[in-house]
Design a protein around this ligand. Sequence first.
Ligand SMILES: Cc1cc2nc3c(=O)[nH]c(=O)nc-3n(C[C@H](O)[C@H](O)[C@H](O)COP(=O)(O)O)c2cc1C
Length: 193
Amino acid sequence: MRRALIVHASRHGGTAGIAEKIGEVLRSEGVDAVVAPAADMPDPGAFDACVIGGGVYMGSWVKEGTEYLDRFASILATRPVWLFSSGPLPGSSVAKNPTADPIELALGPADGPGSGGRKKIEALSAVIHPREHHVFVGAFDPKDPPKAMSERLVRMMPASKNLLPAGDFREWPIIEAWAREIAAEVAGPVPIG
Ligand SMILES: Cc1cc2nc3c(=O)[nH]c(=O)nc-3n(C[C@H](O)[C@H](O)[C@H](O)COP(=O)(O)O)c2cc1C
């Protein structure tokens, strides 16, 4: 049986929930899937494929996610890898343009001010060569206290109501369909030679 590792860097649980769902779908499709937080630094060496997802805050992945990609980049480069970002909140002022590039909606522009978080992911992707980087809409519960000073400050801004609509917007059918595509590739026939 093929083995897949699903790693998540999540601050408030939204990204972890997506990772758990991907693991569930992979298992239902005959893949031995293990789900783990990036902070545990699970070694991808024992797996045939990896899916790694990061929650996005102010244009950057939760830092354990980029630390994970950085630490295991050379191993990840030798096997199929899929990345996902869990970010945009529908209705937020940044997500109002439905034609915008999803990566740009989540991680910001490719260059100039606010491009640092995206540049980091792109530099790591240039080494790892993921098959895809998918963006899923996320979740925000204002009752869950902030877990970082920067988050506390953003939440205190008067404009944060427009930037951060409250709710769980995770699109389970889209997440499941993506996981099934991955399962088909991971559980596919073993290449000969
Ligand atoms: C303070 C704050 C800043 C955020 N910044 C971004 C952002 O820059 N881009 C984005 O796509 N989503 C942003 N989001 C939305 C989160 O990425 C979304 O809520 C995600 O599901 C969080 O994942 P987690 O629950 O795994 O931490 C932000 C949310 C908060 C609370």
